[in-house]
Structure formats: structure tokens, C-alpha cells
Design a protein around this ligand. Sequence first.
Ligand code: ZN
Length: 88
Amino acid sequence: MSTMSTSITEAATTSSADAATADAGSTPERPLTTADRCDACGAQAFVRVVLAAGELLFCAHHGRQNRQALERRALFIQDESSRLAQGA
Ligand SMILES: [Zn+2]
């Protein structure tokens, strides 16, 4: 029979271009930049969510909206949305 090993989580892991350089197995914070975009709406991302399958980026709005669901599944949540309030 054919293998059923095609991972449904594959898609979530292939979006990060710098995965090769940060392959330590840990989940270190990294600064979010203007190049990081919300996976939901494409706005600048201020929340980075690390899941077992990969990572997701959200703007402050969608980060807040999905927070409860994400906290249940995330290994790590990096929330820089407070930077918005500082007017930076
Ligand atoms: Zn968004």
C-alpha cells in the first residue's frame, strides 16, 4: 500500500526562510520586523506563536483574537504587541 506519511503539518513548517540557521531545537525569541506579516490579514506581525508544527505570526488584532486557542496549543508565544502602545 502507499505510504500515508505525508504530514498535514508540513505546510506550517515551510514558511520560514531562516529555519536552517535556527535549528537548535529550542524556541528562542527573535525580533519581529516589518517583514513579518500576520498570517490572517497580512498586516505587520507583533505576535509570534511557536507550535510543534511550526510557527505562526499574527498582528496585534488577530493575536488577541486567537489568543485563547493559541495558548492551548502553543509551545511558546512571543507577544510584542505592547510595542504598539509605546508608539514605536
Ligand atoms: Zn491580522
